[in-house]
Design a binder for this molecule. Structure first.
Ligand SMILES: [Zn+2]
Length: 162
């Protein structure tokens, strides 16, 4: 049996294998998820997603922060039910692991959006001006999220695990 996971907007096959230890690994041709029950396999796939989100979104955050000349204090990966990211007054950027499912350009928009909050902490005109300068094509990512976010925020790994 095969399921599908989405990484950076690309569908990846998920292969389930029985096993006493719940663990997910990227085997190139498929994401292989082991575990004794479907629920345990789904939990393993979510852990895999969160690790992948930390690695990929973390790299994106570092690249964009350097390009923009800002320094976020740290990155936290969370499972917010209604939002993609946030930026605290102490400079901690929080990103939703489900952002990993979206195309890279969309993740970049959210990352740059949060980094702009390091300079302007609200959604005033000054903020949107800063965003426009940092990422002139930001509207495409913004609109993509508007169109797909309900579906994306509802994504559960149990739906991907056979
Ligand atoms: Zn914002």
């Amino acid at each position: 049996m095969l399921g599908w996971a989405y990484v950076a907007g690309v569908a990846r096959p998920v292969e389930a294998r029985p096993g006493s230890t719940a663990v997910a690994r990227d085997r190139g041709s498929a994401i292989v998820v082991c575990g004794p029950t479907r629920l345990r396999r789904a939990a393993a796939l979510e852990r895999w997603y969160r690790r992948a989100a930390r690695a990929r979104l973390g790299a994106l955050l570092a690249t964009e922060a350097e390009r923009l000349g800002v320094r976020p204090a740290r990155l936290t990966i969370r499972a917010q039910r209604t939002r993609w990211g946030s930026c605290s007054t102490s400079g901690t950027v929080s990103l939703n692991w489900r952002l990993l499912l979206a195309p890279v350009a969309v993740a970049r928009y959210v990352v740059v959006h949060e980094l702009c909050h390091l300079r302007v902490p609200n959604h005033s005109r000054a903020f949107w001006d800063a965003l426009e300068q940092a990422l002139p094509e930001w509207r495409a990512g913004h609109q993509w999220l508007r169109r797909h976010e309900t579906q994306l925020l509802r994504y559960r790994t149990i739906d991907s695990v056979p």
